[in-house]
Ligand binder design. Structure first.
Ligand code: AMP
Length: 221
């Protein structure tokens, strides 16, 4: 099952992906993580991407699509893939369709995590992430506190805050998100692939919601 996750920054895409990866053995492709890895390794691609990411802007499609094209093949035999943060616009959605088609696959569902902007801002500034990328557990200083401050409950690594999780950058990321997402949602609506879930910051039901959705989805297949 290939799943596209739609939703603003901090709407819970990472949490849903981690859960699907652990419980369904579905691979997790996050273009944002791929870019952060390139930045950490100080590659040419990373340097280019960083300019855009620091401003909360999207990295140009050509760079993003080519990066994914170079990596998607390694997931050919996976039990499915959850795409987190890709596609971000119609052009990327069409590119994804082609990539999957070449592998004899398709997008099965577009899960849309719909959360109000003020909740997104509130959640994102309080987000902390495990620095161990094999773990990647996501915390929130309000709703999902680690047992020990600054330390991951699961693997004991240090928790970090993403550089772009500050109010100024988030406001811009949200603006970019709204400009691009309407068309993308429409694209998947037309294909009858959208499954919309309403979420709020103060009720952290992301995990339960995912489990419920999966049970529903599997029983209707
Ligand atoms: P994310 O981790 O998904 O919030 O992405 C962080 C940043 O990486 C975004 O603000 C963009 O600058 C860049 N990025 C991630 N995915 C994409 C994409 N599909 N297209 C363009 N830029 C992206």
């Amino acid at each position: 099952m290939n799943i596209v996750l739609l939703g603003g920054p901090g709407s819970g895409k990472g949490t849903v992906s981690n859960l699907l990866e652990k419980t369904q053995n579905i691979a997790h492709i996050a273009t944002g993580d791929m870019f952060r890895e390139e930045i950490k390794n100080e590659t040419e691609l990373g340097k280019k991407a960083q300019e855009f990411m620091n401003k909360g802007m999207l990295v140009p499609d050509e760079i993003t699509i080519n990066m994914l094209k170079g990596k998607i093949n390694q997931y050919k035999n996976a039990n499915g893939v959850v795409f987190d943060g890709f596609p971000r616009n119609r052009n990327q959605a069409e590119a994804l369709e082609k990539m999957l088609e070449e592998m004899g696959q398709k997008v099965d569902v577009a899960l849309y995590l719909d959360m109000p902007d003020e909740d997104i801002i509130y959640r994102t500034v309080k987000r902390r992430i495990c620095s161990n990328k094999d773990c990647g557990e996501i915390y929130n200083l309000e709703f999902k506190k680690p047992k020990q401050e600054g330390i991951c409950d699961i693997c004991g690594s240090k928790l970090i805050q993403r550089k772009d999780d500050n109010e100024e950058t988030i406001t811009n990321r949200l603006k970019v998100y709204h400009e691009q997402s309407k068309d993308l949602i429409k694209y998947y609506e037309e294909k009858k692939l959208i499954y919309r879930v309403e979420l709020h910051a103060n009720i952290d039901i992301t995990e339960e919601m995912t489990k419920e959705w999966l049970a529903n989805y599997n029983s209707n297949r």
